[in-house]
Design a protein around this ligand. Structure first.
Ligand SMILES: Nc1ncnc2c1ncn2[C@@H]1O[C@H](COP(=O)(O)OP(=O)(O)OP(=O)(O)O)[C@@H](O)[C@H]1O
Length: 254
């Protein structure tokens, strides 16, 4: 049984369907990427998955249970979320923000403190733990949100463009964390090479529909990328991993 099983998701706004018929499954231990052009519906699908909005049609199952019939606190405990550009308007310290990831747990002080410290170490923010989040750079802030999700220690991590604001080093660090810690995750990603390098499977969305799904090798073909994104890449196999990587046009090679 998949840990996450979303079937036939549909979402309409003002009579127009922005997500039309999306089915998506994530098995335990899998890291699944969701890619697609701007406006293709990635955020809308993920918001349905973490229950920030109720889809107009379809259903979401978490370990075989209907997500929308579970108590909200249980969902908050079982699912860690890194939403897109979450606002941080209040003068909390980094450690306080990370501790918010523990709110749905019954654990208590020592256990919470330990989980938070571990999360801060994993994202490299221990030295900034007592700084106000209002003073953080975009990348530091994003790492604080990732640490909050890690501290939460849910069965499933849902991430919406988590590498936004992160430099190349932290982008890979994050993907290494997700895959290396054996997490179950679904992430909307804009960088196709990052998705190809780390995801077990990839779903490609276009105009609210899944147009391809499978391993990076199955999905990321030159034709598919050109059809969906309007730019034709040159596909190479990474010399070390064999995973597909895409080389995009340049001035000399338009
Ligand atoms: N509440 C809403 N009302 C009207 N249109 C909406 C609403 N929410 C989303 N949309 C539209 O639905 C489409 C899909 O949006 P969504 O944010 O899911 O796409 P996305 O794939 O995450 O895009 P991006 O890569 O740009 O972040 C977009 O065209 C967006 O403008």
């Amino acid at each position: 049984m998949s840990l996450l099983d979303a079937r036939g998701l549909r979402y309409e706004v003002g009579g127009q369907a922005i997500v039309r018929d999306v089915s998506l499954a994530v098995a335990r231990g899998e890291v699944v990427g969701l890619v697609g052009p701007n406006g293709s519906g990635k955020t809308t699908v993920l918001r349905s998955v973490f229950r920030a909005l109720r889809p107009t049609g379809g259903a979401v199952w978490l370990a075989g249970e209907d997500l929308f019939s579970l108590p909200p606190k249980q969902v908050a405990r079982r699912m860690s979320v890194v939403a897109q550009d979450s606002p941080m308007e209040f003068d909390f310290t980094v450690r306080e923000v990370v501790t918010m990831g523990r709110f749905a747990h019954e654990g208590g002080g020592a256990q919470d403190a330990e989980a938070c410290q571990r999360a801060l170490d994993l994202v490299g923010l221990t030295e900034l733990a007592d700084r106000s989040v209002l003073t953080l750079s975009g990348g530091e802030r994003q790492r604080a949100l990732i640490a909050r999700a890690l501290a939460q220690n849910g069965e499933l991590v849902v991430l919406d463009e988590p590498t936004n604001h992160l430099d190349i080093g932290y982008q890979h660090e994050l993907m290494r964390l997700l895959t290396g810690l054996g997490m179950t995750a679904v992430a909307a990603l804009h960088d196709l090479n990052l998705a190809a390098g780390y995801c077990d499977r990839i779903y490609v969305l276009r105009a609210g529909l899944v147009v391809a799904a499978g391993t990076p090798e199955q999905v990321l073909t030159e034709d598919l990328v050109e059809q969906v994104f309007g730019v034709r890449p040159h596909l190479v196999a990474h010399p070390a991993s064999g995973r597909p990587q895409l080389l995009f046009p340049s001035k000399e090679n338009p």
